[in-house]
Design a protein around this ligand. Structure first.
Ligand SMILES: Cc1cc2nc3c(=O)[nH]c(=O)nc-3n(C[C@H](O)[C@H](O)[C@H](O)COP(=O)(O)OP(=O)(O)OC[C@H]3O[C@@H](n4cnc5c(N)ncnc54)[C@H](O)[C@@H]3O)c2cc1C
Length: 245
């Protein structure tokens, strides 16, 4: 990871509600060097008394000039995420550093099929890959399995619906852990072998797999993929555990 990059002062230019507990923040970053989908930034807040808090946030957007989008989930009792959601306002500055990360990235030149498996806010870097694929005009087939508690907790739901409708190369399926939509064909459940087997790619196709979400979710899915015959070197994981301190 390249954490040596310097801090830059970004400005919030737009903020929009994604779900009842998550917001997308559009930042203008002077001299932004660009990013590869899957990378994240470090965000640093400094209080009036000099106290600092630093957290990592994945980039949700495809590369686009000096703008990047972050989507932040409110963590109950959290120090940084409630501030970013409730207090941070359009026009406010914030320090960011990055882009960070060189392993959990998708490059449009890679011809292998892609399986994306997201748990909750783990959709964020995977959405950057979906968007970058489209921006690059790539025909690489993508399958996304997205696990959320309820339909109301799904980020980017309208955009994903539209993208998968307009593009036969993008398949999106959902797993609901607490509440399913009306008429849904299965009960609420945690992701299991059957979900990954029916909505993922057969291991023989040698897809690149990206798994992102809470630590337990990522470990469960990575184990399932390996048990289904996927080469562990092609299973790339990102854990959204606590950062900073
Ligand atoms: C590489 C990376 C990328 C990330 N990308 C995103 C992203 O795109 N969007 C996003 O919303 N978050 C993302 N995170 C998580 C983010 O960095 C923070 O951990 C999260 O916002 C909580 O920070 P906080 O200051 O609000 O809570 P804290 O004050 O750090 O924690 C408050 C309490 O919540 C617990 N907690 C902290 N983080 C989490 C968590 N993620 N899930 C459950 N409990 C937690 C802590 O153990 C503590 O008990 C990412 C983390 C990493 C490592």
């Amino acid at each position: 990871m390249n954490r040596g990059a310097s801090w830059r002062v970004a400005q919030l230019v737009e903020s929009r509600e994604e779900t009842g507990t998550a917001r997308t923040l559009v930042l203008e970053v002077p001299d932004w060097p660009g990013h590869t989908p899957g990378q994240h930034v470090d965000v640093r807040l400094t209080a009036a008394d000099g106290y600092r808090a630093e957290r990592s946030y994945s980039i949700a957007s495809a590369a686009s000039g000096n703008r990047i989008e972050l989507t932040v989930q409110r963590v109950h009792d959290g120090e940084v995420s409630p501030y970013l959601i409730d207090v941070f306002s359009v026009g406010d500055p914030v320090e960011i550093r990055g882009p960070v990360g060189g392993w959990f990235v998708w490059r449009a030149a890679d011809p292998a099929p892609v399986l994306l498996v997201a748990g909750g806010s783990g959709i964020v870097p995977l959405m950057a890959m979906v968007r970058a694929r489209r921006a690059a005009g790539s025909r690489v087939p993508f399958r996304l399995i997205y696990s959320v508690r309820t339909p109301r907790d799904a980020y980017f739901a309208d955009e994903l619906r539209q993208r998968s409708r307009d593009d036969g190369g993008l398949d999106v399926s959902y797993v609901y852990t607490r509440e399913v939509p009306d008429g849904w064909s299965s009960d609420a459940h945690r992701i299991g072998v059957a979900d990954v087997n029916s909505h993922g790619w057969p291991a023989e196709l040698e897809p690149t797999c990206f798994v992102c979400g809470p630590t337990g979710f990522v470990e469960t899915v990575a184990d399932i993929l390996v048990a289904l015959g996927h080469d562990s070197r092609r299973v790339k994981t990102e854990r959204f555990g606590p950062t900073g301190g």
